[in-house]
Design a protein around this ligand. Structure first.
Ligand SMILES: NC(=O)c1ccc[n+]([C@@H]2O[C@H](COP(=O)([O-])OP(=O)(O)OC[C@H]3O[C@@H](n4cnc5c(N)ncnc54)[C@H](OP(=O)(O)O)[C@@H]3O)[C@@H](O)[C@H]2O)c1
Length: 329
């Protein structure tokens, strides 16, 4: 099969589209003829070696396509059926592998898709939708009067978090973008969009100095430190990622004095521990997306052959909010 392969970690150029052996399914696994593979910032971290996978490996942790083969003891799937799957249940062992014509998924991380589902759109919402759902519902326990601040609102995870928070609904969804030029990249569902350099003053103004109830942070760095100080009493601060690569120290005493909760979630690290919960959330995210309740915009669709440019764009902050690779075009 054709796949984008990383033989040794490094810059975007190490991604090489090549012929590799077809995989076969172990017990409990599905083979998927891949139509679309979602691309996220985290894929660049695997490719660069910040998160280690044994080499050579095929990146990509979200996929849609059709069932090619059903492994032993798998029930509920038929060959040819459209499916979506997460490939980031890393606690079971090395996985990933969606940048390929054939992917292997554990059946507990796969859901059947309705006939007629938009496979590109679904491929682009799986990781971010499940992460956003677990973060907002299970960790932050979002309430209707909550004001939510979303860092990185122009990005993939930040965009989906903003849309899901608006559906819940939160009282305010305040999206933070890196520059004036990025304002239009924030989710339409944000009630307010602010530029990172104005973060402190803008939150004080929007909340009359009270602060926000929930911060969702996939960015880290200076924004993380500033947003932590703008959390209202009983506020919940969700660390979901670190696109900036900078992890500032956050004060425990500030959590104590301010009555704040600091929470983290890494879907790939815990999916195998709570497979039934993850499976239920994947189904819910697919259903909400398919019915248009979660109004995920169409992702940018590019060929597998363009994978190097996609990774470069993610790393230099010029990528569209979400990109998927069309594997068979
Ligand atoms: N917890 C989980 O399970 C989970 C799931 C999915 C993703 N993640 C993590 O979430 C983070 C974002 O992933 P993503 O796929 O949404 O990425 P993305 O689409 O590239 O979005 C990241 C956003 O962060 C903002 N940003 C601010 N400062 C940045 C900097 N110094 N470098 C790069 N971006 C910066 C960018 O917006 P501006 O340019 O407008 O500032 C960008 O839109 C990553 O760390 C990823 O690993 C975690």
């Amino acid at each position: 099969m054709r796949a984008a392969v990383v033989k040794a970690p490094g810059p975007a150029e190490v991604l090489e589209v090549a012929e590799v052996p077809d995989p076969s399914p172990a017990e409990g696994e599905l083979l998927i003829d891949v139509e679309f593979a979602g691309v996220g910032f985290v894929d660049t971290l695997f490719r660069a070696g910040a998160f280690a996978l044994p080499t050579p490996f095929v990146p990509g942790i979200e996929v849609t396509g059709r069932v090619r083969e059903v492994g032993a003891s798998v029930t509920g799937f038929a060959v040819g059926q459209p499916v979506g799957a997460l490939l980031n249940d890393f606690g079971r062992g090395p996985r990933a592998g969606s940048y390929a014509e054939i992917a292997v998924a554990h059946a507990s991380m796969a859901v059947p898709l309705p006939e007629g589902a938009d496979l590109a759109r679904v491929a682009g919402v799986l990781v971010n939708g499940v992460t956003a759902w677990m973060a907002l519902h299970d960790l932050a326990r979002l309430r209707v009067n909550d004001d939510v601040l979303v860092l990185g609102a122009s990005g993939g995870l930040g965009g989906t978090v903003s849309r899901l928070a608006a559906v819940h609904p939160a009282r305010r969804v305040i999206g933070v973008v890196g520059s004036e030029a990025k304002r239009t990249s924030a989710a339409e569902e944000c009630t307010d969009v602010i530029v990172a350099t104005d973060l402190v003053a803008a939150i004080d103004e929007l909340t009359n100095g009270r602060g926000v109830d929930v911060v969702v942070d996939p960015v880290g760095g200076e924004l993380r430190a500033q947003a932590y100080e703008r959390l209202a009493a009983f506020g919940r601060f969700l660390v979901l990622g670190n696109a900036s690569g900078q992890d500032p120290a956050l004060s425990g005493d500030a959590a104590w004095h301010g009555t704040r909760q600091l929470l983290g979630l890494s879907l790939g690290a815990v999916a195998h521990l709570v497979p039934e919960q993850v499976h239920t959330v994947i189904s819910a995210v697919v259903d909400l997306t398919h019915r248009g309740v979660l109004r995920e915009p169409a992702p940018s669709v590019v060929s597998l052959d363009d994978v190097v440019e996609v990774h470069r764009a993610l790393e230099n902050r010029t990528a569209p909010p979400k990109t998927v690779l069309a594997i068979r075009s």
